[in-house]
Ligand binder design. Structure first.
Ligand code: NAG
Ligand code: NAG
Ligand code: NAG
Ligand code: NAG
Ligand code: NAG
Ligand code: NAG
Ligand code: NAG
Ligand code: NAG
Length: 383
């Protein structure tokens, strides 16, 4: 199979059926790119640069139509915002080119700057929104690109690139969303805890796999304040500035577990370094103190229908605001480019109350490869 495969549907079928597709190792790839930093992006609609354009998913899981992209891309790229997302701004700070969806024709060709596998609607659990690319499927795509990298530059050079690369994650949001459709108001303490453990467990498995392949620099953003999203406030029939109770409980559980997971991995895996960006509290702070950050409207979305314009941006009958930069939310779930540019800068070089233990800038600059032997993972895989 050629590197730049054009038969996407069969490629996706292969991903679904076989997982680690060693026999499909691309043979004719070229390295391109001029930067020196490498980043691999995994996750959901907060990071998707348009992978869902190539998937058979519902229109509510796509954003490749107007007015998505109205501020920057024109026409819409498939990003869930009026413009660029956090990974796009990180790329700007790190001197990387703008992300393209890895599913676009030619996207499987290894690019020295990395790749973006994120898929809107997806989660860490494979049963979250089937049809989107679960974290596991994104990992399988990553292993394909790693094979192509090794064939092109050789194992030693590939190990260096993989160890220096930053692996960026946004996940959990849609898993929690799915849980809430079954338990909008109530669940037992056991159900809540087991669910959180399952999502974190699946995320941990993917991270360990990436680590075994050679990754060492990981970066996570906490889940968004689901309880206060326009789409959720609308669904729960809330008024004023109210946020929903159960979503609040679930996001708090998840974010606490995410910090614990990262600390555990740091002690278990030699050389594992990470950055967690407190996306949740940064969004909450903008909801609580809009003018401090230059926003005028934070409890209503710029684009959509319903009391808080929570759904159907760009679909059927909907309203669109006049000035996106006054809004925190572009649609019922996602921020405007104005907000993402602020948030990305905080992840890049914010203070330790927001971004810890490393900022992304520090993570990129860390020299990681030194003490890690990538040939000695027997002990880990026997765990
Ligand atoms: C896309 O998904 C829909 C609904 O799941 C299904 O009915 C349809 O056959 C699928 N189309 C393709 C081309 O796979
Ligand atoms: C890229 O390389 C240049 C020159 O060696 C260096 O100054 C810069 O910090 C590097 N950028 C990153 C993101 O590593
Ligand atoms: C919520 O769950 C608790 C414990 O299972 C139960 O006692 C309570 O009645 C439930 N509340 C509602 C509103 O369902
Ligand atoms: C991963 O998720 C599945 C459900 O999709 C669950 O059965 C399994 O136990 C989870 N794995 C871990 C390690 O938590
Ligand atoms: C919101 O109100 C609608 C209409 O009364 C109702 O069908 C729906 O169940 C309510 N949503 C929730 C989460 O209670
Ligand atoms: C946008 O501006 C026009 C003209 O000033 C005004 O009539 C309209 O109400 C505004 N729309 C919104 C959603 O604010
Ligand atoms: C949009 O809002 C921003 C922030 O309030 C303001 O600086 C800008 O001038 C506005 N643009 C227009 C066209 O009104
Ligand atoms: C953070 O990075 C941005 C973008 O590179 C830069 O403009 C800003 O001055 C930096 N802030 C600090 C505190 O270093």
């Amino acid at each position: 199979m050629a590197c730049a495969t054009s038969n996407l549907s069969s490629y996706i079928t292969v991903l679904l059926l076989f997982g680690n597709v060693g026999f499909l190792t691309p043979t004719s790839c070229h390295i391109h790119g001029d930067g020196n930093a490498t980043m691999f992006v995994f996750g959901d609609s907060f990071f998707d640069p348009g992978n869902n354009n190539y998937l058979n998913v519902s229109l509510s899981e796509k954003a490749n139509f107007w007015p998505y992209g109205e501020t920057f891309f024109k026409p819409a790229s498939g990003r869930f915002s009026d413009g660029r997302l956090i990974p796009d701004f990180i790329a700007l700070h790190a001197n990387l080119p703008m992300w393209a969806p890895f599913l676009q024709p030619g996207g499987l060709e290894f690019n020295i700057n990395g790749a973006n596998f994120a898929s809107g609607g997806s989660g860490a659990l494979r049963e979250t929104n089937p049809g989107t690319l679960s974290l596991e499927m994104q990992l399988n795509a990553f292993t394909l690109i790693v094979s192509s990298l090794k064939e092109t530059v050789g194992d030693a050079e590939a190990e260096k690139i993989l160890a220096q690369a930053v692996y960026l994650y946004s996940t959990g949001n849609n898993d929690i969303g799915q849980f809430l459709t079954f338990h909008p108001y109530n669940a037992t303490q056991l159900q809540k805890q087991m669910f959180t453990d399952t999502v974190i467990g699946n995320l941990t498995e993917v991270l360990k796999e990436v680590y075994e392949i050679g990754g060492s620099k990981f970066a996570f953003q906490t889940v968004t304040p689901i309880a206060c999203l326009p789409i959720v406030r609308q669904d729960y029939n809330l008024s004023g500035n109210e946020c929903a109770e159960m979503p609040h409980v679930m996001t708090t559980l998840f974010n606490t577990a995410l910090y614990e997971m990262a600390e555990d991995l740091e002690t278990q895996l030699p050389g594992f370094k990470y950055s967690i960006f407190d996306f949740y509290n940064q969004v909450m702070d903008r909801i609580n103190y809009p003018s401090k950050y230059g926003f005028k409207v934070v409890n209503d979305a710029c684009c959509g229908s319903g009391v808080y314009h929570g759904v159907n941006c760009g679909l059927g009958i909907y309203e669109l605001c006049n000035n996106t930069s006054e809004y925190l939310f572009f649609d019922g779930s996602h921020q405007t480019e104005h907000a993402y540019s602020q948030l990305a800068e905080l992840w890049w070089n914010g203070t330790s109350t927001t971004t810890a233990p490393y900022t992304l800038k520090q993570l990129f600059e860390l020299d990681s490869a030194i003490e890690i032997s990538f040939n000695d993972f027997g002990a880990l895989s026997d765990e």
